[in-house]
Design a protein around this ligand. Structure first.
Ligand code: SAM
Length: 353
């Protein structure tokens, strides 16, 4: 027999200062999820992980809306996990403390769990296979002078996106320098625990430049769809002088916007000058939905590269203009990698003399 009321209209959320609750970044992520063309296909009756769940509001809200079979809300901050569990109970029980059942006769407590976890460690450790991953994790854009001078002396590329294509072993390193290291790690961990046709949704702050951000997914063999883009105001006291220094010695330009509506990107140098004259600048925040183009092939390739070809995997670039060239080239790469892995001679004969 069902007890409690069938549906609660609004989420009830407890917040404490040391735990993230709804803010620009996570609200944009949730809006992005709502803009997905077919959210039922990625959430309804599915197994989902939410990375960087904070006080748990997104995990709870998406469960209320799409009834996944299980959502694992994960955060590295143990306090966040405690608050998230409290919020789960606040929303799972009615004012009399009775469980609220959904249309399938289940409660939020049946569908959601929160765990302390560094990215997807919990799922990996418990051999949980996921259908979808949703991520709202930090980006810290703090280029170190030492790392930057290395990039600069390597004299890399005009378009910064090209750094990923030309810098070989520097790539992982470059993603870190652009504050994208944690997202890159989450994507790679995700590939190991998600079903081949699974979907990952991440929000990414656009200061490194759209090309750099998108390359993070594309070079790992994903097809991406931008679900939503908004602008986030840059706090007036944020020091962007390190970015200006980097631009002085490189062709790369970071991406800011004048005010909250400008649509022409400006460099860090221009943004700094504008801020000094009393102006406000913003940067883009985009929500991407990503699916592997050829999941079985790409995963096979990654597995082989992990096995003694680590440097190669850091310089892997599987971004192709269209599906047919991706298909042809990825298939060939897997074939080639399998030969190398088996210590067989290179199957590609050199041209005749
Ligand atoms: C921008 S907040 C997002 C919070 C939450 N999604 C919300 O809706 O408010 C980023 C969250 O990522 C968490 N985080 C940072 N590094 C992490 C890691 N390595 N693994 C898991 N969570 C992490 C932080 O503790 C924080 O709660």
């Amino acid at each position: 027999m069902l007890s409690g009321s069938q549906q609660r209209k609004k989420l009830i959320m407890m917040e404490i200062p040391s735990v993230f609750g709804p803010r620009d970044r996570s609200i944009t992520l949730y809006e992005g999820i709502n803009h997905h063309p077919d959210p039922d296909s990625i959430f309804r009756s599915k197994t989902v992980a939410q990375l960087g769940c904070g006080n748990g509001w997104i995990s709870i809200a998406l469960t209320e809306k799409w009834c996944p079979s299980k959502v694992y809300g994960l955060d590295i901050n143990p306090r966040a996990i405690k608050i998230a569990w409290i919020n789960l109970y606040l929303n799972a029980l009615d004012d009399d403390g009775l469980p609220i059942y959904d249309r399938e006769g289940k409660t939020l407590l049946d569908r959601v769990e929160f765990h302390e976890s560094d990215l997807l460690f919990y799922c990996r450790d418990n051999k949980i296979e996921l259908d979808s991953i949703v991520g709202c994790i930090p980006q810290i854009l703090k280029p170190s002078p030492e790392a930057m001078s290395k990039i600069i002396t390597e004299n890399l590329s005009k378009e910064f996106g090209n750094i990923f294509r030309t810098s070989g072993p520097l790539r992982g390193f470059v993603e870190d320098q652009f504050g994208l290291g944690l997202i890159a790690r989450a994507v790679e961990e995700g590939m190991a625990v998600i079903k081949p046709t699974g979907t990952m949704i991440f929000n990414v702050g656009g200061r490194p430049g759209q090309g750099v951000c998108e390359c993070l997914f594309l070079r790992r063999g994903f097809r991406i769809t931008k679900l939503r883009q908004t602008k986030i105001m840059q706090a007036a006291n944020t020091d962007i002088s390190a970015l200006v220094e980097f631009e002085k010695n490189s062709p790369h330009r970071f991406e800011f916007f004048m005010g909250s509506v400008g649509d022409q990107p400006i460099s860090a140098r221009t943004a700094l000058a504008y801020m000094k004259s009393g102006g406000h600048v913003s940067h883009a925040l985009s929500v991407y939905s990503c699916q592997l183009r050829q999941p079985n092939q790409v995963n096979k390739l990654i597995e082989i590269l992990k096995n003694g070809f680590h440097e190669l995997s850091r310089s892997l670039d599987l971004s192709f203009a269209d599906d047919s060239s991706a298909h042809e080239k990825i298939t060939f790469l897997v074939y080639l990698a399998s030969f190398l892995n088996a210590n067989k001679p290179n199957p590609c004969q050199p041209p005749a003399e």
